[in-house]
Design a binder for this molecule. Structure first.
Ligand code: UT7
Length: 341
């Protein structure tokens, strides 16, 4: 049976470390507030000049993923790039990355499903592979959000949470003997589950520039406030703590797998308190939930592949483990994936 598997993962962050104390110098905030309310201690921000871009940031992560998978870049037959902070409004970051990699001709697709972007991208890679259209797909989740955030006190509710980073996975065709999730020990992606509810679009939004915006044209009327991402934090929090456990249970039920069988939960990292509530709701032991938020903040589409790469580096994720990922973000969008590593 044809399935897909994550054959290799890589991740990187830019070199500039930004502590909570550094943020105190930029805006009216307190290091301790950030730590208590989100669990974040530091994050990494790119240099804010024209030498950096999200597609360039992704390159070392891609190289690491190719090496880990033992795959040459010429074997790639599709690039899927999840990001909300692309190099330009168009063309997509996937096209830029493809050019950096010197792979003219292979298709490149951008996904903009915010914090759920990586799961959407993984799902598309899996569908193409199962359909026999592609064999070896590069799936990237990467963000360079620090260039887009309001670093004045006005933007403090969002700005303190977000970091830059990139994660990449090589998703490859595999032939499995036993495709039953309950009995198989082979490494493959069991299923993905995706959702969206666009009636909440304005609760987590980067509105301008955008065609729904009267103020895009003439440009003098672009309001500075609209030009930065905005969020109704508490509202987003309330939905995240409901939807992420729901999506996790959906994945388990679809595969007839009990929650106790999952070895590691590699979740989106928006707020440590969201993931603590996820664990409490499902009765999961803390040591099964891998956390990177304290070191990297919320890297939006990058959190899950970055988490996978970190879990491998720290020896927390080894072949044969059953992994569950879930995410929630702007759109609203949410989803899950269940896979054996
Ligand atoms: O990746 C997916 C999308 N994002 C999320 O899932 C994030 C979801 N939301 C959250 O994580 C939390 O709602 C936040 C961390 C954003 C905020 O925590 P909160 O406990 O919900 O705080 P709040 O927004 O209700 O604000 C509490 C107070 C306010 O002051 P008053 O009105 O009580 O006087 C804010 O003005 O904290 C104030 N505040 C800050 N204070 C210091 C907001 N941001 C800051 C800040 N530093 N950076």
């Amino acid at each position: 049976m044809i399935r897909s598997r994550i054959a290799g993962v890589g991740a990187c962050v830019p070199p500039r470390e930004i502590s909570n104390e550094d943020l105190e110098q930029m805006m009216d905030t307190e290091a301790d507030w950030i730590l208590q309310r989100s669990g974040i201690r530091k994050r990494y921000w790119a240099e804010h000049d024209d030498t950096t871009s999200v597609s360039k940031l992704a390159l070392p992560a891609v190289e690491e993923a190719l090496k880990a998978a033992g795959v040459g870049k010429q074997e790639l037959d599709l690039i899927i790039f999840a990001t909300v902070t692309p190099d330009a409004l168009f063309p997509g970051a996937g096209c830029y990355l493809q050019a950096h990699m010197g792979l003219p001709g292979i298709p490149a697709l951008d996904i903009r499903q915010t914090c759920t972007g990586f799961l959407y991208a993984l799902s598309i890679a899996d569908a193409y592979i199962r359909a026999g259209i592609h064999r070896t797909v590069l799936v990237v989740g990467a963000e360079m959000q620090s260039k887009c955030l309001d670093v004045s006190t006005r933007g403090r509710d969002m700005t303190v949470l977000f970091g830059d980073g990139a994660g990449a996975c090589i998703v490859q065709r595999t032939e499995v003997q036993d495709a039953s999730p309950a009995t198989s020990r082979e490494s493959f992606l069991f299923s993905t589950h995706l959702h969206a509810d666009g009636s909440h679009a304005k609760d987590l939004i980067w509105a301008s520039p955008g065609t729904a915006n009267r103020i895009w044209n003439p440009p003098e009327l672009v309001s500075e406030e609209n030009s930065f991402p905005q969020m109704r934090g508490r509202h987003v929090f309330t939905h995240a703590v409901k939807r992420m456990p729901e999506a996790a249970l959906e994945a388990l039920e679809a595969n007839g797998v009990g929650i106790e069988s999952v070895d590691l939960f590699v979740l989106h990292q928006a707020n440590k308190r969201i993931n603590d509530k996820f664990s409490q709701a499902l009765g999961i032991a803390e040591e099964k939930v891998f956390s990177t938020i304290e070191d990297f903040g919320n890297t939006t589409a990058a959190t899950i592949p970055l988490g996978l790469a970190e879990a491998v580096r720290r020896g927390r994720l080894v072949p044969g483990m059953l992994v569950l990922s879930a995410a929630f973000g702007g759109g609203f969008t949410w989803g899950s994936a269940l896979y054996r590593w």
